[in-house]
Design a protein around this ligand. Structure first.
Ligand code: XCC
Ligand code: SF4
Length: 635
């Protein structure tokens, strides 16, 4: 089958052929059936915020200029964007809240969770200005839980403590001047919904500032909080070798896939898969093979070395292998089609969260208090289901790549410390200053059916590293780049420019790898974009400049989720040029588009959005930006 218009991933390509043969509908078929997509929606010009609507604005200026209430194009676009970004923030904040609840359980004796990383516990406590000396871990964890919950119970006008503790001072001052410092995440999200109802804010500029505030809610009550607490609970990632792509599934093993975003259940699934190996063998399998999809996959990869099955757009194809005995999902990015696809095979989908149920799936009511019992039950059901597998319908593509993951900031600094123990960032910064490393780009975010699966991530990143730009990555972008073979030492030789390769080789050898570091560093899940933020803060503070002066950029080449917009808004708020490879639904508001992509955003925040739908042009746009920043720094 010629799959080139759908994906660049050969494993996905093979399974698209099988999907057709098995007559199973996939996301690509549904994308086709949706064409042409609504022009008003694509431009963001449709409003359904009250029951007088829906109202649509004619983008050509010939039909209606105002909705029934009088809202114009910019207002409708700005309101829609604020709702999208608030929804993205809500997803991350809800995830982080679950992490606080988990840490709370870990402060109780004999519970299902414990503090696995006391060093991180102390580091986070110190950041929060807690007295660390002489305290035991559980007491310290309790104080951290109180501060974290405190932000959600803050009924004063003071900004969120987690933000003050983790954001650079220069940024806090900038945000304060703009009046966008969030106080209490729940309150801010509620306010955004209120602000965008019928007959409320009519000023697009004010709505954009509220959008910036939601970006900060996302970053500091979502991403950063989740990463910090999950590291405390499950360990801070360290470099780990594993594999990526559907070829990691095995014919003679029970295959269990973890999919979604949170590690609280998946960490337990990892534990119980080991404990129940014997039962798998009794069922006729050689053992249990776990693999991950989306950010739950990234979490288990970073900390446990569990291989990646695939990323967002190919989640249905994993089932179409006919070899998946259980797919366990938690929250976010779980296609509602999964149970229909699974019904064509023996695969069981297990939903586990009260807010994520799916007709046709089996719901196992996961709770933190009963984490072990539930994880055991799920793994056991996966093992039982192995017996029902129809061997004649199995096709596992013989496609997988080796990869290195686990590059937390702590791990990167640790590797650099082998070169300069006193000043670990010095070797990195020296090589940025002398131009061996031109700059750095963080590629993040999703797949999107509007883009040939993985193609934008891979094409753009190859062009960047060829021009000596170091790439750090998270989310489904990281999974695309891993599958493309960009996270192995050999990728430095094969794809990196000469000077970047020299640095990667020196650091890799210095760190005892006896090989270059990969030119693309996997920094984790989408909430782990906080790690990229921390790396930028550390570099900026070492150079004594604000983040907005650094020769760096961000990119979400194939973004689909509202979360990607809220993360992008935060990146712009940090002062980072942020590329989007798929046009966001805002172009119908000319003023809004100009503010987000032009001088206004840049003068207020230091960053702005940059939309470019061609991967090579986008790479060069980012390189030009990096060169301009270098020039301004005089390097
Ligand atoms: Fe979802 Fe995080 Fe996007 Fe992938 S990258 S499609 S959000 S899994 Ni977050
Ligand atoms: Fe139409 Fe205004 Fe109602 Fe939106 S809020 S649907 S623009 S009347």
């Amino acid at each position: 089958m010629d799959y080139g218009k759908m994906t660049i991933d050969p494993a996905a390509g093979q399974l698209l052929g099988k999907a057709r043969k098995d007559q199973v509908e996939t996301v690509w078929d549904r994308f086709e059936a949706q064409q042409p997509q609504c022009g008003f929606g694509l431009l963001g010009l449709c409003c359904r915020h009250c029951n007088q609507g829906p109202c649509r604005i004619d983008p050509f200026g010939e039909g209606p200029k105002y909705g029934i209430c009088g809202a114009d194009a910019d207002l409708i676009v700005a309101r829609n964007l604020l709702r999208q970004v608030a929804a993205g923030a809500a997803a991350h904040v809800d995830h982080a809240y679950e992490a606080i609840e988990t840490l709370k359980i870990a402060t109780e004796e004999n519970g299902p969770y414990t503090v696995k990383d006391p060093d991180k516990l102390k580091a986070v406590a110190a950041k929060l200005d807690l007295e660390v000396a002489g305290k035991n871990n559980l007491d310290l964890a309790k104080e951290i839980v109180d501060i974290a919950f405190g932000d959600f119970g803050n009924h004063t006008g003071a900004p969120m403590k987690w933000l003050l503790a983790t954001a650079p001072q220069e940024r806090v001052e900038t945000w304060q001047k703009l009046g966008v410092l969030p106080r209490n995440p729940d309150r801010e999200i509620r306010e955004a919904l209120h602000q965008t109802t019928m007959g409320m804010d009519a000023d697009p500029v004010n709505l954009i500032l509220a959008t910036v505030k939601q970006g900060l809610v996302d970053a500091y009550a979502g991403l950063h909080l989740a990463t910090d607490l999950q590291d405390i609970l499950f360990g801070t990632p360290a470099p780990v070798a594993t594999e990526a792509n559907l070829g990691v599934l095995q014919e003679d093993y029970v295959n269990i896939i973890v999919h979604g975003h949170e590690p609280m259940l998946s960490e337990k699934i990892v534990e119980w898969s080991k404990k129940l190996e014997g039962e798998a063998q009794a069922a006729g399998a050689k053992g249990i093979q776990l693999a991950g999809i989306c950010c739950t996959g990234n979490e288990t990869l970073m900390r446990q070395g569990i291989p990646i099955a695939t990323n967002f757009l190919a989640q249905e194809l994993a089932i179409i292998t006919g070899a998946v005995d259980a797919m366990v999902v938690d929250v976010q990015c779980i296609m509602p089609s999964l149970a229909r696809v699974a019904a064509c095979y023996h695969t069981k989908i297990f939903t586990t969260m009260p807010i994520v149920k799916m007709p046709g799936a089996e719901h196992i009511d996961f709770s933190l208090a009963e984490a072990d019992k539930k994880a055991e039950e799920i793994v056991r059901k996966g093992v039982e289901n192995f017996r029902r597998r129809d061997k004649s319908r199995v096709h596992i593509p013989d496609v997988k790549t080796k990869m290195l993951g686990g590059f937390s900031v702590e791990a990167i600094v640790g590797a650099l410390a082998k070169l300069d123990g006193e000043n670990p960032l010095k070797p990195l910064v020296d090589n940025i200053i002398n131009g061996n490393i031109l700059g750095a780009v963080g590629t993040v975010g999703c797949n999107n059916a509007k883009v040939v699966h993985d193609s934008f991530h891979v094409t753009m990143v190859k062009e960047l590293i060829k021009h000596n730009v170091l790439v750090v990555t998270t989310g489904c972008s990281a999974q695309a780049l891993a599958k493309a073979g960009l996270m192995v030492p050999e990728a430095a030789d094969k794809y990196a420019g000469d000077t970047l390769r020299t640095v990667l080789t020196a650091v890799g050898n210095g760190a005892g790898l006896n090989a270059p570091l990969p030119p693309v560093l996997h920094m984790g899940s989408c909430v782990d974009n906080s790690r990229i933020g921390d790396l930028l803060s550390a570099l900026a503070s070492y150079l004594n400049v604000p983040i907005k002066a650094l020769p760096v950029a961000a990119s979400a080449p194939e973004h689909q989720h509202e979360k990607a917009l809220s993360i992008g808004t935060w990146a712009v708020s940090l002062g980072v040029l942020t590329h989007l490879g798929v046009i966001p639904q805002v172009l119908g508001g000319r003023k809004v588009t100009e503010i987000l992509t032009g001088d206004t955003a840049e003068s207020l925040l230091g960053g702005k959005f940059y939309v470019e739908t061609d991967p090579i042009k986008a790479a060069h746009g980012l390189i030009e930006h990096i060169q301009a920043k270098r020039h301004a720094l005089g390097i």
